[in-house]
Design a protein around this ligand. Sequence first.
Ligand SMILES: *[C@@H]1O[C@H](CO)[C@@H](O)[C@H](O)[C@H]1NC(C)=O
Ligand SMILES: *[C@@H]1O[C@H](CO)[C@@H](O)[C@H](O)[C@H]1NC(C)=O
Ligand SMILES: *[C@@H]1O[C@H](CO)[C@@H](O)[C@H](O)[C@H]1NC(C)=O
Length: 692
Amino acid sequence: MISFSWIVLAVSGLSLSAASSFSDDASLVSRAPDPCAAIAGQKWVAPKDARACFKSIQVDQTLKTNILDVVNKTLAFHTSVNYQIQAPAPFNNDVHEDLLKDLARIKSQRYASDYDLHIDLSRTLKRLNDGHCVWINRCFDSFYTNFLPIPLVLLTEKDGSQNVHIAPEAFDVATAEFPDQIDVWQNALPFGLKGNLKALNGAKVLLINGRPPFDAVNANALITGSFQSFGTRQNSFFSSYNRAATGWNYIMGNFAQQSLPLDDNVLLTIVRSGKILPETFVLPYRSRISATAVPFTDKASFLAGNCKAVAGTNGADVNAASALSIDPAERPLAKVQQQPPISAQDARKHMVNVFMDAAPLSNVVLPPGLQPALPAVNGSRTVAQFYMLKDGKTGALALGSFSDNSFTGLQNSLLNGLLSLKSQGATQLVVDVSNNGGGFICIAHWLHRIIIGPKDTTVPQAGLDTKTRAGPLAQLIVKQITEQNLDPQGQLVFNPIQWRNASNVFFAAGQDWLQPPVELTINGRSDAFSQRIGQECQPESFGIPPDTALFAPDKVVIVSNGRRVVSLKCASSCSLFSITMAKEEGVKTVVLGGKKDTKQEYCGTVGGQSTDFSTMDTEIKTAQLKDNALAPPDLLVNGVQGITWRLGFGIQNKEEPEEWQDHPADLNLPLTLSNVNNPVAIWEDLASRFFS
Ligand SMILES: *[C@@H]1O[C@H](CO)[C@@H](O)[C@H](O)[C@H]1NC(C)=O
Ligand SMILES: *[C@@H]1O[C@H](CO)[C@@H](O)[C@H](O)[C@H]1NC(C)=O
Ligand SMILES: *[C@@H]1O[C@H](CO)[C@@H](O)[C@H](O)[C@H]1NC(C)=O
């Protein structure tokens, strides 16, 4: 089976200047010196220079038509197009995007440059606030990443009030990550602060660009995308942490990291710790070129090297002798997924549900002083680290992803780690899924099953039933591959042998499982879906779980602070885990440091199974349907379009998708100067609040 994923685009940033009008005179632009040549060969550039290069690229009508055609026709496989026209309460104010209407608008709109077109298209998809359905053009997104050396945090003061602060660890993070740029910022500070960036650590932020900080936070929440809930998108502005495969990472947040060169500088008014008088200064953003950028010398070589379709952009007929086999880790899709690379074998065998992001996985390091100093307990491996807290009773599992380069390795690690904690006397458990972007669906089910033990909520499955969309092209694919036996090895997601019906019985090989489709009217539009799909994990994708619970549900708390980059939530498979644990087992959920008067949801976008255009293209090509008028053409640019291919049904309202049902957190944990971005301090705080 091929893998899939979701996308979360976090093209972050403060700037609200979206795709704009077409003021300029194209002939003037083309006669000017080449702005891409001006920045060629430089690692760090001023955002305005990066923008000038991007904006010098005129819209190519052939490419524009191609992109819109691919996006539009791929969306026929996205389960949620009609649901997202108007989500029900409590997300009615968050999700109300009519994609097809906006694509039609974009088709007829003129743009000053290809960059302006990209911003409009990208933000249109991001208005879904669905990290699985995102358009990423790697020609622009995170080609240059815009940084400030002062990530922000939202802290709760002793009197209960909340203020935005410069992260107390900001200088440590910045000096470690930007050794070749820190002087530029040091020297940009005004007299009195010049050379003393460190003095800003922990400072209270009174104004951002002359306005109260939450003006900037809320403006960012409107364009950052990925998460339905407004609170989660507010939290994206601030820094956070994540357990990655190779170590502890620091997530800068949308203020200090933008995936496009949106803003040139920020005007800040702050009060330093221990001072009384406010100080105001300007700090420039600096744009760093992507480590994977193909070097260029001018606009033509920038476009040729970085903007055209690459191996894996499009799908391939799995039966064609010429079908290139591409390492899943090398697929463009993998580069935008919020999970560590997974092996080819596991990518084929195990479904994933993962966010995508315009920003690559962070490799900024959580300062050593904030990393857990406790020894990792036996069983710890890559994204899954186990610790015994000093109280001798509380175990902690930091789970940064549901993906790993080995499915079985991660599965064993989760069981062994929990057993090790128990053998050391742990009777209670904190599971920290901060910035967990999802991963293997069956690992989420496995973790739920081994913690909770066998019962009606975990056997046969700890997950959700799902459905896929059964549009006309999807129906044709299934008809073709079943009638003509085009997928004998079971590599396609539309192959009936992959799925079980609502009674958890596998479909027969050759069974046209999309017939008859389930017809529904959603937001006034006719739509069609598959029959209900039952459990997908047990026993094939399971090891042998223990036959008793490892922890009592009231002795487990799940803390989430977000997926990568977009913070303060967990996403995708992570949501599947948190939701079933919370709604079925009554496990308590915690969100880190959200704004007090904003409702905090404990999970991000639910989905069910994510995938992308290239995967659908493989299905279409293998089914010999590429010439069908409904089939998207091959994509000509270096882009990825993500979709939700299966949507999970609800736990409380079983006939409606879980995606738009409520997930209120039990606790919004206040962050302070002493626990912010400090995992062990947070876990200790939670242990004393929930278990004492
Ligand atoms: C998108 O596809 C629909 C058919 O599903 C078509 O009516 C519409 O014109 C297409 N829009 C664009 C922008 O190509
Ligand atoms: C940890 O695992 C190793 C081998 O996997 C084993 O030799 C060792 O005894 C274990 N230690 C503890 C404390 O369980
Ligand atoms: C699932 O398939 C089995 C075997 O064909 C059948 O007996 C059962 O009724 C099906 N369940 C549903 C819900 O369609």
